[in-house]
Design a protein around this ligand. Structure first.
Ligand SMILES: Nc1nc2c(ncn2[C@@H]2O[C@H](COP(=O)(O)OP(=O)(O)O)[C@@H](O)[C@H]2O)c(=O)[nH]1
Ligand SMILES: [Mg+2]
Ligand SMILES: [Zn+2]
Length: 310
């Protein structure tokens, strides 16, 4: 049998075989893993083959080759990685300008990772109902300008008023999309709106039960009624900058990459070199300063890691 993994709890997997049937599966023995050192061999979004043990349970014996996957380090010290999701078509980073405030650095980190995975990304600005003041509208206009220069769309939505939620739902149809974002920005509320699931806990509700704990600890897949698959990713660091080489960093800032072809030096790092076309573009306002600064910060982080490793 072939099926789609819709939930992973570490050692068991919920595998969907058709629209209504979910089989609880385990892995027996070793699976070939394409050289990935991972704490979890199978992730949400994987297609697997399995054999039935009985009507409700199965044993997974193979993974269908992945189109792509999102991965993070299991912990800071560990060399092992955890695969968050596989076979992803689209990534959405859910952000808010306040209540809580999302940092641009968080957004850029996410965008860099999505670029590195080759996954197209849209910024979802939730809680639009809260941002009607002139000041907030100006802040949104500024963010839109920053990300339009980079080639990303910001879609404003509100789960409270339903603003643009149908538009979002239309976009999700027939695709696998991952949702990520800081806790409190409304990921669970968005998924609830899109799937009519009543039993999803938003962080407000769950907080009173277990303080300080993340509501979502494993990635889980949900389906909209127009055949969109949504993966809610756990935690904040789901999109760490993993295994990116410093010299590749500019590839993952599309606007920096675009201007870099006219730099004087082929190995220009766009940090200090003369006749750097990227620095010129920043000066001319064609690249947002915040994006350029985050590019330099991420390069510094990489350099520090290299020094540590030596
Ligand atoms: N004003 C407003 N509040 C929202 C909106 N969406 C979610 N919230 C609230 O934001 C809080 C966090 O939402 P939740 O879905 O748990 O966020 P998560 O941590 O990203 O999953 C809850 O109190 C929600 O009711 C929205 O569009 N507008
Ligand atoms: Mg949540
Ligand atoms: Zn340059």
């Amino acid at each position: 049998m072939k099926g789609l993994v819709v939930k992973s709890t570490g050692n068991s997997y919920k595998v969907r075989v058709d629209d209504n049937t979910i089989i609880d599966c385990r892995v027996k023995g070793k699976l070939r893993l394409n050289g990935i050192r991972s704490t979890n061999p199978i992730a949400v979004g994987d297609y697997v083959t399995f054999e039935y043990e009985n009507e409700e349970n199965g044993i997974i014996n193979d993974i269908v080759d992945r189109k792509n996957y999102i991965i993070r380090k299991a912990s800071n010290l560990s060399k092992e990685s955890q695969i968050i999701a596989a076979n992803v078509d689209m990534a959405y980073v859910v952000v808010t300008i306040h209540s809580p405030q999302t940092l641009l650095q968080f957004i850029d980190r996410f965008l860099v990772s999505a670029e590195a995975y080759g996954i197209p990304c849209t910024i979802l600005l939730n809680k639009y109902d809260l941002y009607q003041s002139e000041e907030d509208q100006a802040a949104i206009a500024e963010w839109k300008e920053i990300y339009e220069l980079a080639g990303y769309e910001i879609l404003c939505v509100s789960t409270t008023t339903g603003y643009n939620m149908q538009e979002l739902k239309n976009r999700l149809a027939g695709k696998v999309s991952v949702f990520s974002g800081n806790s409190g920005v409304g990921k669970t509320s968005i998924i609830k709106w899109l799937t009519n699931l009543a039993d999803l806990k938003t962080s407000e509700i769950s907080k009173s039960f277990h303080k300080g704990q993340h509501t979502t600890t494993f990635a889980e897949m949900y389906e909209t009624d127009n055949k969109g698959m949504i993966i809610d990713t756990p935690g904040v660091k789901a999109f760490g900058l993993l295994n990116l080489e410093e010299e590749e960093m500019s590839h993952y800032f599309p606007e920096i990459f675009r201007y870099s072809s006219d730099c004087q030096f082929y190995n220009c790092t766009h940090s200090h070199e003369p006749k750097c076309n990227v620095i010129r573009a920043v000066e001319e306002g064609k690249i947002a300063i915040s994006r350029y600064q985050n590019y330099l910060t991420f390069m510094d982080d990489k350099n520090a890691k290299h020094r540590e490793a030596q």
